[in-house]
Design a protein around this ligand. Structure first.
Ligand code: SF4
Length: 363
């Protein structure tokens, strides 16, 4: 038994449940079975590295460039989400290891990376225009300097990147930043520039002016490097601040933002199917899924809508069911074949969304 205990302790497990599971696998005095246990423990270790959803009073720098305002809203209120799958947790783990290795290599090359992971914060005025509220908080990988560049300094963020995407990443650092900002088919890439812009804004607010931001990408397949150089422009700053203010407004007013316009963002979204049900649309041409029971109420309301049109209260209730449902959808045209076509207009300046119903049976 002492031998078994020694083996368990040597694995340096900090999880009491795993320790007892491991002990249960071997009868007293027997050898600890090595291979199957190691594989299981490894997966459990990856799976345990996640935190339950928790409401946050501010946005996180790493997510505030998200294409989906609704997801940012869910993050803020701590909505329920699906746990990270083990293979996805594994991808993050590999990325973190590679980023750490890259940081060490840069230091060996004479660069200095200081204040790694320090907390940076950005404050804005409160909703009534008075007081200060924390809008976002982040943790940059560090401030990069090199004796060769005198007192110039950049905020640094290191990202590992799949070898599949690598060839598309431009070699020119300025083009690379612009490419990232337009990568709408890869929703996680589009968050990188706003993330470092949020750091630059936070440092600027404390009076510390940097020479820009460097996103340093490491190819996971062969460890090659490419850079994106991000300047703080008024347009970039405006986009970040406006997005955060919009999320804040939704949280304050308890109004769930519409579904994301690009359904690509819903792939791998942890809220999809748990808190968020964006699947009323079965394809990009926005044909309403007639067989989905979740659409039953809105479809039957649409069927009754033309015959009940009038001032009666019942009609108003029916109208409200339909319009509330479609106001939560991205702007566009929705076709419920044989019943109606519904047009959802983009929000007006005051934030109101017009929904127009065109019954097809009357045409
Ligand atoms: S499922 Fe889609 S619409 Fe819903 S929060 Fe996720 S990305 Fe946004």
């Amino acid at each position: 038994m002492r031998q078994l205990q020694k083996e368990i302790d040597s694995l340096r497990l900090d999880n009491a449940r795993l320790k007892s599971q491991l002990a249960a696998l071997a009868p007293e005095g027997a050898e600890v079975p090595q291979w199957p246990v190691i594989a299981e423990l490894w997966d459990e270790r990856l799976a345990s590295r996640q935190f339950p959803p928790k409401a946050q009073p501010h946005c996180r720098s790493s997510s505030l460039g998200d294409m989906c305002l609704r997801r940012l809203y869910y993050e803020r209120i701590g909505a329920e989400k699906s746990p990270l799958e083990t293979h996805v947790a594994g991808i993050f783990h590999v990325g973190n290891e590679l980023e750490e290795d890259t940081r060490r290599a840069l230091e060996l090359m004479g660069f200095r990376i200081e204040r790694a992971q320090e907390t940076v914060e950005y404050y804005g005025t409160g909703p009534s225009g008075l007081g200060e509220v924390l809008l976002w908080r982040g943790h940059p990988d560090g401030i990069l300097t090199h004796p060769h560049y005198g007192d110039r300094k950049w905020v640094l963020d290191i990202k590992s990147m799949s070898g599949m995407i690598w060839p598309a990443l431009p070699d020119d650092p300025i083009e690379c930043a612009a490419w990232l900002e337009s990568a709408t088919s890869k929703p996680w890439l589009i968050k990188y520039v706003p993330q470092v812009v949020s750091y630059l804004l936070a440092y600027g607010q404390t009076g510390e002016v940097l020479d820009g931001a460097i996103l340093l990408f490491v190819n996971k397949d062969n460890s090659r490097i490419k850079l994106a150089f991000v300047e703080l422009t008024a347009e970039r700053a405006f986009r970040v601040v406006e997005a955060v203010k919009a999320v804040d407004r939704h949280v304050r007013e308890k109004i769930v933002p519409p579904f994301v316009a690009n359904p690509k963002a819903c792939e791998l979204c942890p809220y999809c199917g748990v808190t968020c049900e964006p699947a009323i649309v079965i394809d990009r041409e926005t044909i309403v899924d007639m067989d989905d029971p979740a659409n039953g109420l809105v479809l039957s309301s649409l069927r009754k809508w033309p015959s009940m049109k009038g001032p009666a209260k019942d009609f108003k209730d029916l109208d409200t069911v339909i319009k509330t449902r479609f106001r939560a959808m991205p702007p566009g045209k929705y076709l419920a074949p044989g019943i109606a076509e519904v047009t959802v207009k983009p929000p007006s300046k005051s934030g109101s969304i017009t929904v127009k119903i065109h019954p097809l049976e009357q045409e």
